[in-house]
Design a protein around this ligand. Sequence first.
Ligand code: NAP
Length: 280
Amino acid sequence: MSKAGIINPGAMGISIAASARAAGHEVYWASAGRSADTRQRAEAHSLLEVESLTELCAICELLLCVCPPHAAATVADAVIKAGFSGCYCDGNAIAPGQALQIGERLTAAGIDFVDGSIIGPPAWKEGSTRFYLSGPSAGQIADLFAGTVTEAIAIGGEIGKASALKMVFAAQTKGFTALLSAIQGAAEALGVRDDLDREWARRDPDVAKQRVNQVRGVTGKAWRFAGEMQEIAATFESAGMPPGFFEAAHDVYQRLAHFKDADETPELEEVLAALKAGGN
Ligand SMILES: NC(=O)c1ccc[n+]([C@@H]2O[C@H](COP(=O)([O-])OP(=O)(O)OC[C@H]3O[C@@H](n4cnc5c(N)ncnc54)[C@H](OP(=O)(O)O)[C@@H]3O)[C@@H](O)[C@H]2O)c1
């Protein structure tokens, strides 16, 4: 059984940590600088607490980084600085080029690097969540989740492949929601939102309502999706595809980022007003 560390137990990270525990591994987290919500999740799932990242790096042989994508490089650099010498998996939604750069720095510091990406909601039930892994040591990370609801799938020895898969997948899901948000914002500004809803409903009676809920429902995560859109833009550019779709999607999510701390899901009118105000 291994000693694994999770950086950090957010909504997704805690489910991944819980799977590793369910497989019989010891799972640690570092509490310094983390919020009451993160502590609550870690305690609810009996993760073992250490205070600092340095302690986490000294105790664990495996580290899983599952944090906001914009923090992935900073976390990896902090792990190098803390003197870690085991196997490190970045499971974040980052561009393959970014994964390669992080991997190069970690490898130069004597750390074994595995590229990872997670598709699906937090892993609480069978069949919902895939943890894609790539790199020569992918098997070491996959073993952490044997027999659990986190389905670990190694997709080759090449760093960047797991990240690339996540990028093209999220380009469709999160990219489409950003497009839908901008479409409804434009329809509102042009005075044709009701007409658009009616036209949508003529084609499929449920679709207009679904699209409203999709736009309202994304607001709480927009702050995190903004960074992910920049990663997708960089991915498309590296693949010779136009990055502009996702630069615009980044702008859409930035305009909604302040809904992060909202107590309730905002009404569509509030979302559309925020989209419009952000463009002024
Ligand atoms: N949630 C999903 O459904 C889902 C699905 C697929 C993939 N993922 C991937 O999972 C990763 C994390 O998502 P999540 O849903 O777990 O996010 P989350 O619930 O917002 O949790 C993020 C965790 O990272 C910590 N954190 C925040 N800012 C940080 C920083 N600057 N440096 C280091 N840690 C920081 C947070 O701690 P504090 O709050 O204590 O600061 C929290 O524990 C992302 O890369 C995402 O793409 C998530």
